[in-house]
Each structure stands twice: as C-alpha cells, then as structure tokens.
Design a protein around this ligand. Structure first.
Ligand SMILES: *Cc1c(COP(=O)(O)O)cnc(C)c1O
Length: 372
C-alpha cells in the first residue's frame, strides 16, 4: 500500500479534547530513551482519559499530560479490585506510518472484562478513538528500531470513594503508553518455566478468562516461587483437577510435537483468550500444522519431552509476542524442551507474526489498523 500523508483522525478520536503538556520531554532525552527501550518503565508525555458516572454515562473524553492521579484513599478499586485492563501495541512501519494489531479484539475483550467486573462497558469506538487520539499526540514516542513498539495500556478503575461493597457509580478510563523493546532480554533466548502445583490463578466461574488485576495479584506468589527455583516464569495448572496445563501468569502456552502437530489448552473459561494465541493458531493452521485445542495434561507433556514426541513449546502474548520455552521444571521433575534452544516452528511463527505487525509482510487477514 502507498501511504500519502498522515492518517485522518476518526470522529471517535476527535471526540478526545487535547490539552498538550507544557513540559514534554526534550527531543534529545526522548531519543535517548527510544534508542534502547526496555519494557514498562518509561511513559510518554500524555494519556487519554474519559469519565463515567452512573447518572451521566461516559463523558469528558480528553488527552492530557501524563502525571499522578488524584484518588481518594477510599476509592473502591483500592479495596475491592474493581478494575479491568488491556494491552496492545503501536508499530512504526518502514514508511513511517503507525499501525496497531487487531484492536477491535481488545475492545471486545475489554467490554467482556468490564461485564464480568460489573464495570460499565466502554463503546468500541471510544476504545479505538482513545488509542488513536493518544498515539497521534505522542507519535514521536513510537520507536522505529527492530522489534520495538509503543505499548498501550488501556484500563478502567472504580474511583468512587466508598467502602460499600457494590459496583462503583464513578469510574475512570485511562490509556497510558510506554515505548517497548524486547519483553525478555533477547526474543529468541528460551525462558524456563516453573509449574505451580498448590496455588492457582483462576477457577471455574472465576475471573481467569478476563483481564483484571486480581488474576495478576494472585499469580505473584507463584512467580516468586518460580524465581526461587531459578526459573523465569510460572505455568499454572487447572484448579479443578490440578492435572492440566493452563497458562503462564500473562501468556498462553503452546506445545509442538515432533510430527508437526500442535496442542494448546482450550478456552475452557479459566484461561485468557489471547489475541496473540488466536493469531498464532491461525498462522500455524495455514502453514499446514494440525492444531488441537483441548485439555493438555502435564503428564502427557512430560512423557512427550522424555520420549522426544514433544519437540518445542512456546509462550505467546502481546508483550513478548512468541517466546520459546527451553525448560519445564516443577516438584520432582526438570526437563529440557528439545535441545533447549528455540525450535524451527517457534521461530517461523514468531517471524510470520512480527513481519505482519511491523509491516514487513503482507497482511492478508486485515489484522493491521492504521493510527497515524
Ligand atoms: C493478556 C494476557 C494474555 C495474552 O493475551 P494477548 O491478547 O495475546 O496479549 C495471556 N494470558 C493472560 C493471563 C493475560 O492477561
């Protein structure tokens, strides 16, 4: 596609009134930060925001300078965790234009998460409009280095000051943005996984299938246990049987057999339906792999690793895209995955996906949406 000039702001983006920072980061400072971005520790000059009350609905859409929030200590979210969030990225393409990946999927999941947490749904056009409005104002913060992006974090919090246990009558929606390099230090260096046995992140009828802070809070003790065992990440088992792999704290998990077939835990209601998971499974099916979504017993995976029937495993999510798993350890086992390095299926699907996201390959599925 030939790009002629900047993309027009949609009407939904123009609904966000812009108040520019009077103290943006100086160019040299921003450029230094963008030269080697890490993950999640630097933020752009602005944020997007809207306010909801039970009386007036959504209003006061704006882009304003990034800064501390003023919150009552009694804000409902600080006590009862009424919050939902999303994560997606803006990518700079070789011609300078800026795009994002399947944002309508994030908008729909954000609405589903809000319903589960008894929060008001944000209309999809406001979700998309807020992202375009923020990225347009902070466009200079979208890095152009290999595998870099601007990570976008939309979230919604219950700000009503009350200790009453009920859904809030006042809610704030915000989007913040953070330039991102590789989530792990090197994209193709395999991570090691600790399988959590006693603690679970989600249970039937709970909130495992939506993006809310409580799932992450519940995962941190197990993540600390993983570090204590010399592992990078934790993988949870299902709470009902304790036998089946579910997912990592913030990434879905996929196993590749030596015959090229692929198996991943099905969307049973306790795992998060990842946008990356969906795209990866689509690309694998199109590449001719037989893909099964079903219960994945830990015992089957361990047997397969020992027999050689399981050749590769990887984790996937927006932050780290596709990350090879090189080792699977837990109480009483410690197995290498394949030869411990990134396998060919993992490498190929990672490349296939990042080539589309970064504008190096055609986008036959229409996954990319232009922002700037
Ligand atoms: C966000 C998230 C994922 C990955 O979802 P993507 O849409 O691919 O980023 C996986 N698991 C959990 C628990 C998550 O919160």
């Amino acid at each position: 596609m030939t790009i002629t000039g900047p993309a027009e702001l949609t009407e939904a983006a123009r609904a966000f009134a812009v108040r520019r920072s009077t103290t943006p980061r100086p160019d040299v400072e921003r450029k230094a930060l963008l030269a080697a971005p890490r993950f999640g520790d630097v933020f752009t000059d602005h944020l997007a925001r809207a306010t909801w009350t039970s009386e007036t609905g959504w209003g006061d859409r704006r882009v304003e300078p990034y800064g501390p929030l003023e919150l009552e200590p009694s804000s409902l979210v600080l006590h009862y965790g009424q919050e939902v969030f999303e994560g997606l990225k803006a990518y700079r393409h070789p011609d300078g234009s800026v795009w994002t990946f399947r944002p309508e999927q994030n908008a729909a999941r954000f609405a589903a998460s809000a319903r589960r947490l008894a929060l008001p749904e944000l209309p999809a056009e406001d979700f998309l409009g807020s992202i375009q409005a923020l990225v347009a104002v902070d466009e200079a913060w979208v890095p152009d280095g290999a595998e870099t992006s601007l990570y976008l974090r939309p979230f919604m919090v219950a700000t009503e000051p009350t200790l009453l246990v009920r859904a809030a009558h006042r809610v704030e929606y915000l989007v913040i943005a953070s330039p991102a390099g590789a989530y792990f230090s090197d994209a193709l260096t395999p991570v090691s996984i600790w399988v959590a046995e006693d603690l679970h992140r989600a249970g039937p009828g709970g909130t495992g299938a939506v993006k809310t802070m409580g799932n992450y809070g519940a995962s941190l003790a197990s993540q600390a246990e993983a570090y204590a065992h010399g592992c990078d990440q934790v993988c949870f088992l299902d709470a009902r049987t304790g036998a089946n792999l579910e997912e990592l704290g913030g990434m879905n998990v996929v196993v590749v057999r030596s015959d090229g077939s692929v198996v991943t835990p099905g969307l049973s209601g306790t795992i998060l339906p990842g946008v990356t998971r969906d795209a990866v499974l689509t690309l694998l099916r199109e590449a001719g792999h037989d893909v099964e979504e079903r219960d994945v017993p830990l015992a089957e995976v361990l047997d397969g690793l020992r027999s050689g029937e399981v050749a590769e495993a990887f984790a996937c999510g927006t932050g780290a895209v596709v990350t090879p798993i090189g080792r699977l350890a837990g109480t009483g086992f410690d197995e290498r995955v394949g030869d411990g390095t990134a396998g060919p299926v993992t490498v190929a699907v990672r490349e296939g996906l990042t080539d589309v996201q970064h504008g190096r390959a055609a986008d036959p599925h229409g996954w990319m949406v232009r922002l700037v």
